[in-house]
Design a protein around this ligand. Structure first.
Ligand code: MG
Length: 364
């Protein structure tokens, strides 16, 4: 855990996301059972329900149910095809809002994210106020509701976000975890599906409290690793961090010249400058690299790239400079004297340095 973290984790889940977006786009659907999924073909369709509105849930319809069954339960529902392009656009706007509120942000699906806000939020009261601000912002910008769970770890935060849907906000302080979890059915544990639920039921385990008091060896014998995982969750244990994704795939700088460059020494000087710029943003963004790529555009506009990949991660500006120049000189050696219109330096195969980690990879 880094020094800005107080351990409080948030799980945000958009409420019946696909169908809510559809209703927002078609306000005349407001209040109707709306089912997004495969074409029901008057009850003969073979696909499944992706998402359905809360009105549709009242008929017993749920995600992943065969659409033919949903049709039988509620033939007058509005059935719509999945418009993933639209949901992705809305999702990226929502996620951008959430990201701005976060110190650490981990998107887990099109409509779900974990976050940590260690700097601004000191305790659970602050966290609740902060979560309400996030909800308000998303609603003001996108006219969509979400549910937020706040807890000492990711799994409990996820269970908490599901606790009062839609438009819910549930905070579980560390001292409340046991009382919160114990009465819940085991099916509330993420990953416990119909089969596991039945198997646990056969063992007499109905609630998370039952699970916590059960013999862990029997659980491991029956379910393997997942048995241990379930047991730990029942005890309120989950040590997973909010993992920020590496969105940056490469960092590069390039320069196009007014006059083509024929002198290798001048080209080397430019490479030094580009390498320093690349290295600066590498340090600022806290990445290590494995690959250095030199981009060359010749006077006849042909563009070539040459790369070198290291076995281990590197961080030094000197390595970027030396490798880029060697790649250029090798290129000149193979192709004769060239005139360059453009030179570019790029590093890729990046690794994000986590807070507290130091760059001790410079061992060559
Ligand atoms: Mg959702």
């Amino acid at each position: 855990m880094d020094d800005t973290s107080n351990g409080i984790k948030f799980h945000i889940d958009m409420d019946s996301f696909y169908s809510s977006v559809e209703v927002r786009e078609n306000p005349e659907l407001q209040g109707f059972p709306v089912i997004v999924g495969s074409d029901p073909k008057n009850g003969t369709g073979r696909g499944v329900v992706s998402t359905c509105s809360y009105e549709a849930r009242k008929y017993g319809i749920s995600s992943a149910m065969p659409v033919s069954k949903a049709y039988r339960l509620c033939p007058h529902a509005v059935f719509l095809p999945v418009n993933m392009e639209l949901y992705k656009q809305v999702s990226s706007r929502v996620m951008n809002i959430i990201k701005k509120f976060s110190d650490k942000f981990e998107q887990v699906s099109v409509d779900e994210a974990y976050l940590e806000i260690g700097k601004t939020v000191g305790n659970y009261e602050d966290a609740v106020r902060y979560a309400q601000q996030i909800k308000d912002k998303i609603y003001n910008y996108e006219k969509l509701t979400c549910s937020i769970g706040i807890a000492p770890n990711k799994t409990i935060a996820k269970i908490a976000s599901d606790f009062k849907k839609p438009d819910g906000l549930t905070a579980i302080k560390p001292e409340e975890v046991e009382n919160f979890l114990s009465p819940l059915p085991v099916s509330k544990i993420p990953g416990v599906g119909k089969k596991t639920n039945e198997a646990l039921d056969n063992l007499g385990v109905k609630t998370i409290g039952d699970l916590k008091n059960f013999d862990v060896q029997v659980l491991i014998g029956k379910f393997g690793k997942s048995g241990l995982r379930m047991y730990q969750i029942a005890k309120g244990i989950d040590n997973r961090e909010v993992e920020e994704q590496t969105e940056v795939k490469s960092i590069s700088k390039e320069d196009t010249f007014d006059e083509d460059i024929a002198d290798p020494i001048t080209a080397e000087e430019i490479i030094d400058i580009l390498s320093d710029e690349v290295h600066n943003s590498l340090v600022k963004k806290k990445y290590l690299f494995k690959t250095v790529t030199l981009k060359l555009r010749l006077d006849d506009f042909t563009t070539c790239t040459r790369s070198k990949t290291f076995v281990s991660y590197r961080s030094e500006a000197g390595v970027i400079k030396k490798e880029s120049k060697e790649l250029m000189n090798q290129f000149i050696k193979n192709n004769g004297n060239c005139k360059f219109r453009l030179l570019g330096v790029e590093v890729s195969k990046l690794f994000k340095i986590k807070d507290g980690q130091t760059m001790i990879t410079d061992f060559l």
